[in-house]
Design a protein around this ligand. Structure first.
Ligand code: DAH
Length: 572
């Protein structure tokens, strides 16, 4: 079986239980093993998946957490082994908010070894840094690109298509909010708890302790709710997350946020539910197949905000939300289908990049219960694409507090967030996320004229796939690892603080977009010394040319030196 090991990392028992609670409602299969590597314990397939089965709720997760921490109260090094391509592996491969519950200890990572500049300038504004600063120069240089505003760029075209489904004057568009926001805007205003893992320096780019590069466009929700300038809004913007290196993750990507608000004080007779249903009635219909098996809310899994919303109000808002987003997905995928059909026609029967089934089969979508700090109930929308369910957005009924703090306790409504690259990759069949940043005319010229005439949209024709160059780097972390039994005073600071995202960042910085992906291929703890060794495999592949061996070696040399200098590892 093709499996994938996900390192949850060093977490304590409470966090592990929290993580299990968060993921449990989403799936029951796909996780084949949960291992506590610190204690050498492994739980096999059937036990692991049973413990995540919602039908075993309450008892089993606690059971497994207890079993994984026999007699010790401390932290443990947890890994999940998941089946490749399974729902759980796909969810874990993405970076929505809840995934952060897995990622690491929040706000505990050590400052970078490398020194940082005193001030940085971003989009014309100067910021003073402090030891929280962790933005690489590569990422800083991308803050001015604004692909979502670049005429005929696939990200901008995708934004336009989304906008077309949410027309003014009900919806106002905000496309140029600055990506530098406060921790308050990004987290606190949305109700993220102070110890939420998403706040960790290992996951988020900080300018200083109170200022960061937004991790999502939701950072502007509270502000726009407060302004109350329209019944709804759409925001698009670049967002930043420290993450793995592979063909679908890049430290900068683009999101769109949408929201719709109603006010009991202004709807006829104060009947918000009736007003929402009337608006729903005015929305167009579609003929997609929609699966929506879960109830409108669920007291444990997906609660109604019962103190603030009646079940009728929440149901009406949810229905309006769901129809609106179904229409959006329908629009996007119908355009993708039309593009594929046009391309197939133009090729006159010769091989095309799309299959006949894709061009003819009806679109299927489904609603799945979810959880976000700023909505309840919450959902994700999934689309059946190339034989698999693919999550495309998160959404829900906005938390009352967001409106109440924004001086509108009589208001309620919905919000959603969608990643644009993900959608653009499907829409244009773009195989590698790095391509979006390419200035190569062979890429950009393929989308010319599409923004003003969407009927000209066609699948991207890859210009070439150049050969991969794999290079491994093996090293020891500094100090003994607590994992190796070297626990106690002074044990393994560097090993305990290790986070894979730090390495990803160094690799990106040293070799730029010539790195296609980076994978941990081996890891062990020396039984005698307790030192931790890791081996990463880096795939160097340019999107624009064939790399020579000498070029790959030179780049790998640069990467290796940077790892030693910036992370203090000892190369083996
Ligand atoms: N901000 C979330 C993310 O980045 C996505 C999201 C979920 C946005 C639910 C929303 C929402 O507005 O209601 O993963």
């Amino acid at each position: 079986m093709d499996t994938w090991r996900i390192r949850v990392g060093w977490i304590d028992k409470v966090k592990f239980e929290m993580a299990i609670q968060v993921i449990r409602p989403f799936f029951l299969s796909g996780i084949t093993q949960i291992a506590n590597r610190a204690r050498g314990l492994r739980f096999p397939h059937h036990q692991a998946s049973k413990s995540l089965n919602p039908d075993y709720s309450m008892v089993r997760p606690r059971g497994i957490a207890n079993a994984l921490w026999p007699r010790v109260g401390g932290r443990s090094n947890i890994a999940l082994v998941v089946q490749r391509g399974s729902r759980v592996s796909r969810l874990l491969a993405q970076p929505p908010c809840w995934r952060a519950a897995y990622s690491s200890d929040a706000a505990r990572s050590r400052p970078d070894v490398a020194t940082h500049p005193q001030t940085v300038e971003i989009n014309g504004n100067k910021y003073t840094t402090d030891p929280w600063f962790n933005v690489s120069s590569t990422v800083l240089s991308l803050t001015s690109r604004k692909l979502h505003l670049q005429k005929d760029h696939p990200v901008a075209i995708t934004r336009k298509i989304v906008e077309s489904v949410f027309p003014p004057p009900t919806y106002r568009y905000y496309n140029d909010f600055d990506p530098v926001v406060s921790t308050y805007e990004n987290f606190d205003s949305l109700g993220f708890p102070p110890d939420h893992p998403g706040r960790a320096r290992s996951d988020t780019y900080y300018i200083n302790k109170d200022t960061l590069l937004r991790t999502h466009t939701s950072a502007h929700e509270a502000e726009l709710f407060r302004a109350g300038a329209s019944g709804g809004f759409l925001i698009s913007g670049d967002v930043y997350r420290r993450d793995e290196v592979d063909r679908s993750h890049y430290p900068v990507f683009h999101q769109m946020e949408g929201a719709r608000v109603w006010d009991r004080n202004t709807v006829p007779n104060g009947d918000l539910a009736a007003a929402v249903l009337q608006d729903l009635d005015r929305l167009p219909k579609h003929n997609m197949t929609v699966e929506d098996p879960s109830p409108p809310s669920h007291p444990d899994r997906n609660p109604l905000q019962a103190e603030h919303h009646t079940p009728e109000e929440a149901a009406a808002v949810a229905a309006h939300l769901k129809r609106s987003l179904e229409l959006m997905v329908n629009e996007i995928f119908s355009r993708a289908k039309a593009a594929a059909t046009a391309a197939a026609g133009a090729k006159n029967g010769t091989t095309t990049t799309t299959t006949a089934a894709e061009r003819t089969e009806p679109l299927r979508v489904r609603w799945v219960e979810a959880s976000f700090p700023f909505t309840s109930p919450s959902w994700e929308l999934e689309v059946f694409y190339q034989g698999d369910w693919l999550e495309v957005l998160g959404c829900g009924v906005s938390k009352h507090e967001l409106h109440a703090h924004a001086s509108g306790p009589s208001r309620m409504g919905w919000a959603f967030g969608i990643g644009l690259e993900r959608i653009a990759m499907l829409l244009f069949r773009i195989p590698d996320i790095r391509l979006f940043w390419s200035r190569d005319v062979r890429f950009l010229s393929q989308f010319r004229g599409v923004e003003d005439d969407l009927a000209r949209l066609r699948p991207f024709v890859p210009f070439s796939k150049y050969p991969a160059c794999y290079r491994d780097v093996s090293f020891w972390l500094r100090g003994a690892s607590a994992a190796g039994g070297g626990g106690g005073a002074g044990a393994g600071k560097a090993a305990a603080d290790w986070h894979g995202n730090d390495l990803m960042e160094v690799v990106r910085d040293a070799a730029g977009d010539c790195v296609e992906d980076v994978r941990l291929v081996d890891e062990f703890v020396h039984p005698a010394t307790g030192r931790r060794s890791m081996c990463y495999r880096i795939n160097y592949r340019s999107l624009e040319k064939t790399l020579t061996n000498a070029e790959a070696n030179e780049m790998h040399g640069r990467v290796t030196r940077a790892l030693v200098e910036r992370l203090g590892v000892e190369v083996r």
